[in-house]
Ligand binder design. Structure first.
Ligand SMILES: Cc1cc2nc3c(=O)[nH]c(=O)nc-3n(C[C@H](O)[C@H](O)[C@H](O)COP(=O)(O)OP(=O)(O)OC[C@H]3O[C@@H](n4cnc5c(N)ncnc54)[C@H](O)[C@@H]3O)c2cc1C
Length: 249
């Protein structure tokens, strides 16, 4: 609608998928929570299992637009809209989300981390719809850290968006997942930075090595919302804060 109003989309016939029941509903099994692509941000925030086990997704929903957008905007639309500044993708990346794509030929699953291939480029064919987003339920309890940094607290597009999930036992990092929005052409999972932390004790040396690695893994730019330098500094600060909170808890 925004692009249409701005004259950036041709006025032609569009297909309304809002009433497709096959794309609706939140299903919980022992292993997964599966959200239909048409799940709204409001429905995400209200779901008890998502609130308990995937709080970063609920927080992303709470910080997306205003109440009207949260009631009508869908998680599937947020994914396929493919903005690198969107707020749900970092949480979905940190939760190892998988996507189910459907067409007349059938269904296929892909890890969400492989979905965005370049700025507004995606692993989806013109004849496919995103049907569902599948979140694996973690056997080990995770610590979650989500921060959206914008110009103000509400109705702002992110300058940097961070999602981190981790599990620590016997002073070693057993699970670490780090994802960012607004710091690269696509929402990005930081595998190299994670490798600096995985199976390491969370000491000053590990934290510094992760912060240094992050600078080589993300590629923030100058644009109307922020500068490259600011985004890089804030990204490193958020990573440091996340790791320090893990260390002291
Ligand atoms: C005022 C305003 C504020 C906003 N604030 C934020 C914000 O703070 N954070 C944020 O992340 N986003 C924000 N957005 C963006 C918006 O909330 C999301 O992009 C929204 O989730 C889109 O959902 P939708 O269902 O409306 O998708 P649409 O806008 O209808 O679709 C987006 C694109 O995805 C395609 N698509 C949608 N569903 C599917 C599907 N199931 N399968 C295949 N293709 C599909 C459509 O064809 C289209 O190309 C804002 C938008 C507005 C207008």
């Amino acid at each position: 609608m925004v692009l249409l109003e701005a004259g950036k989309l041709p006025h032609k016939n569009y297909l309304n998928i809002w009433h497709l029941q096959e794309l609706r509903g939140i299903e919980v099994t022992d292993e997964y929570v599966t959200l239909g692509a048409l799940t709204t941000y409001t429905e995400v925030q209200q779901h008890p299992v998502l609130r308990a086990e995937f709080p970063m997704l609920c927080q992303a929903g709470k910080e997306t637009g205003g109440i009207a957008i949260q009631n009508r905007g869908t998680l599937g639309g947020n994914i396929v809209n493919a903005s690198p500044a969107a707020d749900s993708p970092p949480a979905l990346l940190a939760y190892d989300a998988e996507l189910e794509l459907i067409s007349k030929a059938g269904a296929r699953q892909i890890p969400y981390s492989k979905f965005h291939t370049g700025y507004k480029q995606m692993e989806i064919a013109p004849n496919e719809l995103l049907r569902a987003i599948r979140l694996p339920r973690s056997a080990a309890p995770l610590r979650h850290y989500y921060r959206k940094v914008g110009t103000r607290k509400a109705q702002a597009i992110s300058k940097v968006c961070f999602a981190g999930a981790a599990n620590i036992s016997n002073d070693q990092v057993r699970t670490i997942r780090i994802a960012f929005g607004s710091v690269a052409p696509i929402p990005i999972r930081c595998w190299q930075t994670e490798a600096k932390i995985q199976n390491q004790p969370l000491n000053d040396q590990t934290i510094q090595s992760a912060i240094d690695s992050l600078a080589t893994e993300i590629a923030p730019i100058d644009d109307i919302r922020s500068s490259r330098d600011y985004r890089l500094q804030v990204s490193q600060n958020l990573l440091q804060d996340f790791l320090l909170q893990l260390k002291t808890s």
